[in-house]
Design a protein around this ligand. Structure first.
Ligand SMILES: [Zn+2]
Length: 125
C-alpha cells in the first residue's frame, strides 16, 4: 500500500513548518508518551497529532471513505486505530497534556489558514 502513514507525512510537515517558522519549538514522536504524539510542545503543555483521515477514521469525512474491496478488513482495522487513538488521548489528558488533533483534510488549501491559526490560539503558556 502506497499510502501507509510514514513518520514524515506531508500534512505533518506542514504543521511543523508553520510552527517552526512562528518560533515554536517542539519535540517529535516522543516515545515516552502514549501514542508517540507527532509534536510535543512542552512549554505549552500540548501535544499535537496530525492524523490521516483514512487511517484514523475521521468521522463524516469524505476523505476517509473506505475502499470497496475488503471493506470488512478495513473497517476493523480503522476501528482499532480509532480505539487506540481514543485511549492514547485519554491517557495523555490524564497525564495533564492538552491534546490537539489535526486532521489531514483540515490542511486543505481552503482550510489550512484557519486550522493553523486555531492551533496558535490554543497554545497558551
Ligand atoms: Zn478528514
Amino acid at each position: 500500500m502506497k499510502n501507509i502513514r510514514s513518520k514524515n507525512t506531508t500534512p505533518e510537515l506542514l504543521v511543523r513548518m508553520f510552527l517552526h517558522n512562528n518560533g515554536y519549538r517542539y519535540r517529535l514522536h516522543d516515545k515516552k508518551l502514549p501514542g508517540k504524539p507527532d509534536l510535543v510542545l512542552k512549554k505549552y503543555n500540548t501535544v499535537i497529532f496530525v492524523n490521516g483521515c483514512f487511517w484514523h477514521g475521521h468521522i463524516n469525512c469524505k476523505e476517509a471513505k473506505k475502499p470497496k474491496s475488503n471493506s470488512e478488513f478495513w473497517e476493523n482495522k480503522i476501528k482499532r486505530n480509532q480505539q487506540r487513538d481514543k485511549k492514547n488521548t485519554n491517557s495523555l489528558i490524564q497525564l495533564g497534556w492538552n491534546v490537539l488533533t489535526i486532521w489531514e483534510c483540515q490542511l486543505n488549501k481552503d482550510k489550512i489558514e484557519s486550522t493553523l491559526s486555531d492551533i496558535v490560539n490554543k497554545l497558551v503558556e
